[in-house]
Design a binder for this molecule. Structure first.
Ligand code: ADP
Length: 677
């Protein structure tokens, strides 16, 4: 039964999805129910009409048999009358009092001559003429004739007997032959008032709510008893009252007053049940509509969620407690190149695990499934695509808690970070290239200084060489010591030139980035030749602070050398307008706590205005005609990469001091240990 209801419901829902069809169905249903209702009420009404008709028929039959029995009883009573005067008269009067339907009794002899008569005190009936000759040869004589012949009672047809004041009554005579010892003695005539017959003989209960009447075959009423209420519907039944010598029609009429709304209980029950049925149908309809709406909302919500899941770029994967994959979203499939069907239900080793890492991943998964892994913490992993290519992912796992609050598995969000890694790599490479370019740019600036610097040894070499050549032309003046001295000088100058070139070369050469333990002294020694080159050009005096006794730092020395060189160069250039006596550049270092070593580069230049300070570290910001504006921004990047920071302040009385900090190398670290970045 429930399955049938479900089937009907689903059919209904299918149909009900189309609004016009739904309306038509509702209309059909309502029409059907209305039709059913009307039919039921009609049937119930008809049933009740049949009942009423049957009741009237029964009543008419009962009335007819009552009348028959009453008349027969009267015949017997009449026969019992004593045929001697004055007893007959006494008996007759008694009988007339007890049988009120009898209007009059007459005793007549064989010649139809009246011997005695008695009149009912209740019904007026005219006396028949005393002399038989005066009686018109009518129905009565005919009846009596037939009664004599048949030796039994015989009824004459009824007739209207007018009384005074237009009144009158329908009377019917009964003729009873008097026979004694086989001899015909005369006749007993009993006059019945038909009205009284209806009143007295028919059982009283039968008459209520009904009208009983004697009618002629053409419908003319002879006598009526009981006035039924008029109006409404009439039920009629006719019974033939077959009396010897006469046949009268007994008619029973019964009226129903205005037709009832509910003719009987059956109709009422059917109506109430039908109304209840319609009510239930309406409620059901409302319920179905509500369900449909809820279903639609649910479908919308599901579609929205699915759209959200499908448009996510993050891969989603759900696994049950045993590690079987229960769900993957399209992003995860796109990431790994596997279809959802290929992954569904799979457990370790997963098809997207690199073969050589299966053992490691299996252990990792075992730890995670046992619940020992820190929840909601991301870890990096490498997956393999279906085409064999690998990619880095960041996986976040969280317990999958169902609606009952119990954990049913694990939910993972997977981010493809291969692109991010590539970008990081690219940015690192471009950063390195930028730094190299910056170094080259610095070198470009220094090229003129270099040529000037190289000029001196080259000029010296050239003049020593020319002197030596002269000496060779005049060997008498030149001593071998002189020549040897000149050659030594040439060699020294050449070496000096070589050193200059090497210092530049060392600086420019790209080296692998590595952190090493370096003393402050050696850092400054490395850049001093280049600083000096520039300082000499602008007649700046470079003063170094006390550097011995300071702890070594753990740095990428190439980078830090460039920072020192940049800051020194900036300081020197800032003092172009300073009075020559005050063109002094201070470079010193000091400890800052135990962890840090601070380098200070101070000048007495024009200083840094607030305007410039705002953009000082912005790449490509420069106030110099030939400046690239990259120096300070690179310096800050380098210092921050080492964990320190770079800042500046005003120098007294004028100029600027740039300060940066570097991490102190721990004492037990070997001086040349590579530390991975
Ligand atoms: P560049 O030297 O190529 O201009 P930097 O990034 O090294 O690029 O410097 C940016 C600007 O900061 C310089 O143009 C200059 O105006 C200002 N600046 C840097 N150092 C100093 C300093 N010691 N004194 C005054 N101004 C400075």
């Amino acid at each position: 039964m429930p399955s049938m209801i479900r089937a009907i419901q689903s059919l209904w829902q299918q149909i009900a999805r189309r609004p016009t069809r739904r309306m038509a169905l509702w209309l059909a249903l309502l029409l059907l129910v209305a039709g059913l209702l009307v039919t039921l009420i009609w049937l119930a009404g008809r049933y009740e009409a049949d009942q009423n008709q049957a009741r009237v028929d029964r009543d008419a039959q009962d009335a007819a048999s009552d009348i028959r029995a009453g008349l027969t009883r009267n015949v017997q009573s009449l026969q019992a009358l004593r045929t001697s005067l004055p007893q007959w008269k006494l008996d007759a009067e008694d009988l007339l009092r007890s049988r009120r339907e009898l209007a009059r009794l007459e005793w007549r002899d064989t010649n139809f001559k009246l011997l005695a008569s008695a009149q009912s005190p209740y019904i007026a009936a005219p006396q028949l003429p005393l002399n038989p000759r005066d009686i018109p040869y009518g129905d009565l004589q005919l009846a009596c004739e037939r009664a004599r012949r048949q030796s039994g009672p015989m009824y004459a047809p009824s007739h209207f007997s007018p009384l005074s004041a237009g009144q009158g009554s329908e009377l019917m005579e009964l003729c009873l032959p008097l026979i004694q010892a086989g001899q015909h003695q005369g006749y007993l005539v009993a006059v019945y008032g038909l009205q009284a017959v209806l009143v007295e003989i028919v059982g009283k209960p039968l008459q209520r709510g009904q009208e009983l009447s004697f009618t002629e075959p053409d419908g003319t009423r002879l006598a009526i008893q009981g006035v039924a209420r008029r109006g409404g519907r009439m039920f009629t039944s006719q019974q033939l009252l077959d009396l010897p010598g006469n046949t009268v029609v007994l008619r029973a009429d019964s009226w129903r007053i205005t037709p009832d709304l509910f003719p009987n209980v059956l109709t009422a029950v059917v109506t109430v049940m039908s109304i209840a049925l319609v009510g239930v149908l309406l409620l059901l309809g409302r319920d179905i509509n509500r369900r449909l709406r809820a279903e639609r909302e649910l479908a919308d919500a599901l579609a929205f969620r699915k759209a959200m899941e499908d448009s996510l770029v993050t891969g989603l994967r759900a696994r049950d407690m045993e590690g079987h994959i229960r769900y993957v979203n399209p992003a995860f499939c796109a990431m790994t190149g596997f279809d959802a069907d290929e992954l569904m239900g799979k457990k370790a080793p997963m098809p997207y695990w690199p073969p050589e890492l299966i053992d490691e991943y299996q252990q990792r998964q075992a730890v995670r499934l046992s619940g020992n892994a820190p929840a909601r913490e991301g870890y990096e992993s490498v997956f393999i695509r279906k085409d064999g290519s690998r990619f880095s992912v960041l996986v976040f796992e969280a317990p999958l808690i169902d609606a009952q609050g119990t954990q049913s598995g694990w939910m993972s969000a997977i981010l493809d970070i291969s692109e991010q890694r590539r970008m990081e790599e690219l940015s690192r490479a471009s950063q390195e290239r930028l730094q190299a370019s910056a170094r080259l740019a610095t070198m470009g600036e220094m090229a003129s200084l270099l040529s000037h610097e190289l000029n001196q040894p080259l000029a010296a070499i050239s003049s020593y060489a020319a002197g030596t050549a002269n000496m060779m032309q005049e060997p008498s003046i030149a001593s071998p010591q002189d020549v040897s001295h000149a050659l030594t000088q040439i060699a020294n100058q050449a070496e000096r030139a070589g050193k200059v070139i090497k210092s530049v070369h060392d600086f420019v050469r790209r080296r692998e980035s590595k952190h090493e333990r370096v003393s402050a002294q050696s850092l400054l020694d490395a850049v001093m030749p280049l600083v000096q080159l520039q300082a000499r050009k602008l007649s700046v005096q470079v003063q170094m602070g006390q550097l011995t006794g300071l702890p070594a730092v753990m740095v990428d020395r190439v980078m830090v050398e460039q920072v020192l060189l940049n800051l020194a160069r900036n300081g020197i250039q800032a003092m172009e307008a300073t009075a020559p006596a005050q063109r002094i550049l201070h470079i010193r270092a000091r400890t800052l706590g135990t962890q840090w070593l601070e380098f200070l580069v101070a000048d007495f230049g024009q200083g840094i205005t607030n305007e410039i300070a705002k953009q000082l570290f912005t790449p490509f910001f420069s106030t110099k005609a030939e400046g690239m504006g990259l120096g300070l921004s690179l310096c800050r990047t380098v210092v921050e990469q080492h964990g320190g920071f770079l800042q500046f302040e005003a120098n007294q009385p004028n100029g600027a001091v740039f300060v940066f900090s570097l991490p102190v190398a721990s004492t037990n670290m070997p001086s040349n240990l590579d530390v991975a970045q």
